[in-house]
Design a binder for this molecule. Structure first.
Ligand code: AMP
Ligand code: MN
Ligand code: MN
Ligand code: MN
Length: 282
């Protein structure tokens, strides 16, 4: 089994194109300044930041991997599937992403209605002011607005009280089907990665079914090292990668200097026995 090279690799982060606060060019500069050698931008459900990110990354001498993080509904809950090495111009991928984004506007209206009933007026407009793209409005933008207005002290507190799963202002999205997300990623030349598996609230039986189905659909990898995982979860999902024969990925999921647990390029290396999802891209 080839071991992961000793590269500083960061294959998951967000720009103003989705719910990050830095523009793609600024993210590229931050990644480079932090020592990243291979870098992917993976905005939620949108690829329009990739040309700028790729150009600046290559000018700085980083290896750039075009990416995406697709919102999927699986067994009634949201799962994020990262696509790496995709072709951003691929027609079916782009059509699929348009459909996911369309659902976000109506959902945001419903979230704002719930928040109004909970004593938080005008949050649609408030969230919109934080959204770089009015069609890609996410819970993160609502949370930033609510921290700004003093409803909560931190983003985490907003999710804990209002917007997290099963909290009163959460409205589940109706996202892509797992099979479709994988087909778009594969047809556009990419590899599919289950993002931050430690964040999903599934039973062990459901996790087994998710990993089985993902594998059957040709899914290649899971995130083992991510800003969303504890050190125990690094070990837990390294074991999942070994058991299912998945390649392993690594990404900070950086959104903002003030909010994110892990900065770009600040992650530990993958366990050496795992095959890295980028092993043949170096
Ligand atoms: P959405 O796609 O609108 O459902 O929003 C999901 C986004 O909310 C994720 O990509 C994260 O950036 C953010 N998020 C989810 N849970 C939390 C949390 N507990 N704390 C902070 N941000 C969160
Ligand atoms: Mn996000
Ligand atoms: Mn995610
Ligand atoms: Mn992410």
């Amino acid at each position: 089994m080839p071991s992961a090279p000793n590269l500083n690799v960061d294959l998951h982060c967000h720009s103003t194109v989705s719910d990050g606060v830095l523009e793609p060019h600024a993210l590229a500069r931050r990644a480079h300044a932090n020592g990243v050698q291979m870098w992917a931008l993976t905005d939620h459900d949108e690829v329009s930041g990739l040309p700028q990110a790729g150009q600046v990354a290559r000018e700085l001498g980083m290896q750039f991997v075009p990416g995406i993080e697709i919102s999927v509904t699986w067994s009634g809950k949201t799962v994020h599937i990262v696509g790496l090495g995709i072709d951003a111009g691929h027609a079916a991928l782009n059509q699929g992403l348009v459909e996911i984004r369309t659902g976000r506007v109506e959902r945001a209206r419903k979230i704002a209605d719930r928040l109004r009933d909970l004593g938080v007026p005008d949050s649609y407009e408030g969230a919109l002011a934080y959204a770089g793209n009015p069609l890609l409005i996410s819970r993160t933008h609502f949370a930033r607005f609510m921290v700004e207005r003093g409803y909560c002290k931190t983003m985490q507190a907003v999710f804990d009280k209002y917007l997290g799963d099963h909290k009163p202002a959460n409205v589940s999205g109706s996202w892509a089907k797992l099979a479709n997300a994988l087909a778009w990623i594969h047809d556009s030349g990419g590899r599919a990665v289950i993002a931050h598996p430690g964040r999903y609230n599934y039973t062990p039986v459901q996790f087994g079914a998710l990993f089985d189905e993902f594998k059957q659909l040709g899914g290649e990898a899971i995130e083992v090292i991510t800003g969303s995982h504890s050190v125990d979860q690094y070990r837990q999902y390294a074991d999942v990668a070994r058991r299912y024969g998945f390649m392993a990925s690594c990404g900070s999921d950086f959104h903002s200097p003030g909010e994110s647990r892990k900065d770009l390029g600040s992650l530990p290396l993958l366990p050496a026995d795992l095959r890295a999802v980028w092993h043949d891209w170096v």
